[in-house]
Design a protein around this ligand. Sequence first.
Ligand SMILES: Cc1cc2nc3c(=O)[nH]c(=O)nc-3n(C[C@H](O)[C@H](O)[C@H](O)COP(=O)(O)O)c2cc1C
Length: 192
Amino acid sequence: MLKVAIIIGSTRPGRKAEAVARWVYDIASKRSDAEFEIVDIKDFNLPLLDEPVPAAMGQYSQPHTKAWAAKIAQFDAFVFVTPEYNHGPSAALKNAIDFLYREWNNKSVGFVGYGGNGGARAVEILRQVVSNVELADVRAQVGLSLFTDFEDFTNFQPGSHHDPTVTLMLDQVIAWGRALKPLRAAVADQSR
Ligand SMILES: Cc1cc2nc3c(=O)[nH]c(=O)nc-3n(C[C@H](O)[C@H](O)[C@H](O)COP(=O)(O)O)c2cc1C
């Protein structure tokens, strides 16, 4: 069974990311074509990148990097739940991506953004970032509005019109995650 992580992309106290991730999980967990798990970057207490060697070299030295790598290695595909901070993604999410390399390779990713403009600018930047860790980003993306999907900019009340887009994004993430499985197996064989 394909395993998909829904990654909470904010570590901010009072973050909206957690409610958004739970909503995605609730929709996703009704499906039978993949298994889903919420992964909270906050649980890994990642500092600002403190590895002496770039992640692509695969020489992780810190216990927190090894724990984060072991978690991400468990999955075939990802959904990044991302806020928009200053027209980009959160530093916490970018930092968490930067920590690893091989664990992201040849897997698929979809995005759920939120902000004044659906987190669209954060997602556009993330699409460039993920390409460099060889994650395949799917087209469908969910854009939640702080104005209309959060009552008083606080309580998450997503419009039901978003549900089909979540489903389409998950369809694409799962299809590409599955399609890339033979490539991941071939790469794993080569490195043995
Ligand atoms: C430092 C900072 C910068 C922000 N910049 C933007 C922005 O450029 N565009 C936008 O739509 N929202 C922006 N916001 C509003 C966030 O989208 C909103 O606070 C959201 O709830 C943040 O996600 P979180 O609560 O999960 O951390 C910003 C918020 C913060 C804290």
